[in-house]
Write a protein that binds this ligand. Structure first.
Ligand code: GLN
Length: 201
């Protein structure tokens, strides 16, 4: 695959930064608001934002089931922050009626790092990358429990959350608690693009 088409779920969240990162890396990046756009995608990013709103909007715009279907069929998908929650099979501290697309055999705790004012940044080691990553956490979830098929890619570097799992991969699915799109460091997006290419071939 020479130029993969990567969608960014665009009904809610920080879409623009992900589109920019993907474009810098040479992918064809498209905003996904409807099923016809999803059909063009070789892979998908679900951005940070607000997971309960995302799920409701996905229902309203009839994207929820098409997303679940593609993810279930093995479309490479990368969730960041709220996107991680959207991919999680189980959510702690969600709203009573919170739905997720699911697919990742993880339990996430919503808003685990505290409220927006408590957001924090730190350098962390990320599996497969030689230099540490500067990670920005904003009302972020962490992963409390993982299934046997899930690999841990990174853990929280310090503070009260030290050692908590903040990045995972399971087959074609990848998720981070933090926001790799807010820096100019594209290495984590590159890792996802490599996964898309590897799965397509
Ligand atoms: N706290 C948000 C949620 O529950 C996620 C925050 C984020 O994506 N920056 O969806």
């Amino acid at each position: 695959m020479s130029t993969p088409t990567i969608g960014v779920f665009a009904l809610q969240g920080d879409v623009r930064e992900h589109l920019a990162a993907l474009t810098r890396l040479g992918a064809r990046a498209i905003a996904v608001r409807r099923a016809a756009e999803l059909e063009q995608c070789d892979g998908l990013i679900i951005p940070g934002g607000e997971s309960t709103t995302m799920a409701k909007l996905a229902r309203t715009f009839e994207l929820f089931e098409p997303l679940q279907k593609r993810i279930g069929q093995g479309m490479p998908t990368f969730g960041t922050c709220a996107g991680m929650i959207m991919l999680a099979d189980r959510v702690v501290d969600g709203t009573a009626d919170q739905e997720t697309l699911s697919g990742l055999d993880i339990t996430v705790r919503r808003n685990a790092f505290g409220r927006q004012v408590d957001s924090f940044e730190g350098e962390l080691d990320f599996q497969g990358l030689t230099e540490p990553v500067h990670a920005v956490f904003i009302r972020a979830p962490w992963v409390e429990q993982i299934g046997a098929a899930v690999d841990v890619l990174a853990r929280a570097p310090g503070g009260e959350a030290v050692g908590r799992i903040v990045a995972v991969r399971q087959g074609a699915l990848m998720a981070t608690s933090f926001h790799p799109e807010v820096s100019e460091d594209d290495r984590i997006h590159r890792t996802f693009l490599d996964l898309v290419k590897q799965i397509a071939t």
